[in-house]
Design a protein around this ligand. Structure first.
Ligand code: KIV
Length: 234
């Protein structure tokens, strides 16, 4: 079966109804998502919480993520697999970013990686792309910044914050990302970014105006009780 590529994902921009994407963390869930015709599976670092039972996404390691990425890649015959770069796997240096993104593709079988951050990480994004690895951005509520944002709170409510998120999304696109996740931002801001960008936006807790939507597998199946995000209908 032919694999979905970033060209396919980019063609999903601006469709009448948003496309669906979802996270998965193991072989059977990847198979189920693939069979449902979902074009893109994210092996999210939300695994820290929903798989490993940690309080935040911060402690999960490359090794712990790599196990899951391998299993999901085996289960996803058609869907594109995107591996989420865990905290401190790309922040310290460009070299770390390229080496760890490379591990996910070479050892994990992923077709792309995702990292949290805007303007501050364009050097990492460009270097990963130069190494031949497609990258998905993630701006707005960035769970790896849990401590600095004082918990999981909607971002971009003030004009200043909204302008920064808008600029971050543009920076990620200009650096070469093939799509960008908009998490936990007001719907009007997500819509404005979606109209402005030429790459698909994928929203979570960002209203209905994005090109695609993403949900955490365990949230929509009601398998995780510690947090119950309002945007995740079971
Ligand atoms: O880790 C994750 O599951 C994510 C999605 C919520 C976008 O980053």
């Amino acid at each position: 079966m032919k694999k979905i590529t970033i060209r396919h994902i980019q063609k999903l921009k601006g469709l009448e109804s948003p496309f669906a994407t979802i996270t998965a963390y193991d072989y059977p869930s990847a198979q189920a998502v693939d069979a449902a015709g979902i074009p893109l599976i994210l092996v999210g670092d939300s695994a820290a919480m929903v798989v490993y039972g940690l309080d935040t996404t911060i402690p999960v390691t490359m090794a712990e993520m790599l196990f899951l990425v391998r299993a999901v890649s085996r289960g996803a015959e058609k869907a594109m697999v995107v591996a989420d770069m865990p905290f401190m796997s790309y922040q310290p240096s460009i070299e770390d970013a390229v080496r760890n993104a490379g591990k996910f593709v070479k050892e994990g079988g992923a077709e792309a990686v995702k990292l949290e951050g805007g303007k501050a990480y364009t050097a990492q994004i460009k270097a990963i792309i130069d190494a031949g690895i497609p990258i998905m951005g993630h701006v707005g509520l960035m769970p790896q910044s849990y401590h600095i944002i004082s918990g999981y709170r909607i971002q971009g409510k003030s004009n200043l914050e909204a302008d920064k998120i808008f600029e971050d999304a543009l920076a990620v696109q200009d650096a070469g990302a093939f799509s960008v996740v908009l998490e936990g931002v007001p719907a009007e801001l997500a819509e404005k970014i979606t109209v402005e960008l030429s790459i698909p936006t994928i929203g979570i807790g960002a209203g209905p105006g994005c090109d695609g939507q993403i949900q955490v597998f365990h949230d929509i199946l009601g398998l995780y009780g510690a947090l119950s995000p309002k945007h995740a209908k079971k």
